[in-house]
Design a protein around this ligand. Structure first.
Ligand SMILES: [Zn+2]
Length: 282
């Protein structure tokens, strides 16, 4: 079926207590692995492109590939901009056929984050595209001990209601102790904070920086109200390790490595789809 916004699926996930995985792609093999995994598990899902990738010369063609390939599968798949850096980048993604965009103004002063998110929401809604914003700031795992472990950047539950009301944003990424990339130490999630935020607003809540969390942490976060989980680092690391293995094997060739990369993405995506409870939910 054609690409579709993930928003209706997020509402179902929120009501039924599971989470939709959002996987970051960057090429054809990663993308193929993701499509195959979603299709095999009959699960709805998000294939995301990071903001920086949208500035590459082949971004339009990569988007077109994902858009065409989605038609070969019977599960609802969204093409989403991950961490859109500006209003302009979000509009570019929409013009490339993205069905959902994330605008990330989480490093800006609150007023600016509100203003920019509001602008993106207004433009996106005019053409039927849904928007995710970030409130609080999910930082880098490599700096985890100096912020996440100290609760720096955590989402303030007192500002959440106001932020949603002011911006009219559709779903929200929150900072409760996760981080992007590889963690320095182990992640600690503040599930009480998550529950508090969940109790104050209706919009689906999103967890970024999922790579490195334990299965128990994922299950608890979903139970406490997370409806979408973004995974990038772990997929890239898993596929990377697989390629090193193949490279060290007999007669390594790009042909075998290319297939192995796709297979590594497929397998690891299936793991997360099952873990998040999205299997059979399409
Ligand atoms: Zn993220």
């Amino acid at each position: 079926m054609p690409l579709t916004s993930i928003f209706p699926e997020l509402i179902k996930a929120k009501n039924d207590g599971y989470a939709i995985p959002a996987f970051d792609t960057l090429d054809m093999n990663a993308t193929e692995g993701m499509f195959l995994a979603f299709s095999e598990k009959n699960a709805p899902g998000v294939i995301a492109l990071y903001g920086g990738f949208l500035e590459r010369p082949n971004a339009h063609a990569v988007s077109a590939y994902i858009r065409e390939r989605a038609k070969d599968f019977e599960v609802p798949i969204s093409l989403m901009l991950d961490h859109g850096a500006s209003f302009e980048q979000c509009i570019k993604a929409i013009s490339y056929g993205f069905t959902d965009v994330m605008y990330d103004g989480s490093r800006l002063p609150l007023e600016e984050n509100i203003k920019n998110t509001k602008d993106v929401v207004r433009a996106a809604h005019a053409v039927g595209v849904y928007v995710e914003a970030e409130l609080g700031h999910v930082g880098r795992g490599s700096e985890y001990q100096s912020f996440g472990a100290l609760r720096k950047g955590f989402t303030d539950p007192d500002t959440v209601e106001m932020f949603i009301k002011e911006t009219n944003v559709d779903f929200l990424a929150i900072a409760i102790g996760t981080a992007h990339g590889i963690y320095q130490g182990d992640p600690q999630l503040d599930l009480e904070l998550l529950k508090e935020i969940r109790s104050r607003v209706d919009v689906p809540l999103v967890l970024h920086g999922g790579s490195g969390c334990t299965e128990e942490q994922f299950r608890s976060a979903i139970k406490a109200g997370i409806s979408k989980i973004n995974i990038a680092t772990d997929l890239f690391m898993t596929a990377g390790k697989k390629l090193v293995e193949v490279a060290k094997g007999e007669n390594p060739s790009y042909f075998s490595m290319s297939n192995s990369a796709m297979e590594a993405f497929r397998e690891r995506c299936i793991y997360y789809i099952d873990l998040f409870g999205a299997t059979g939910k399409a």
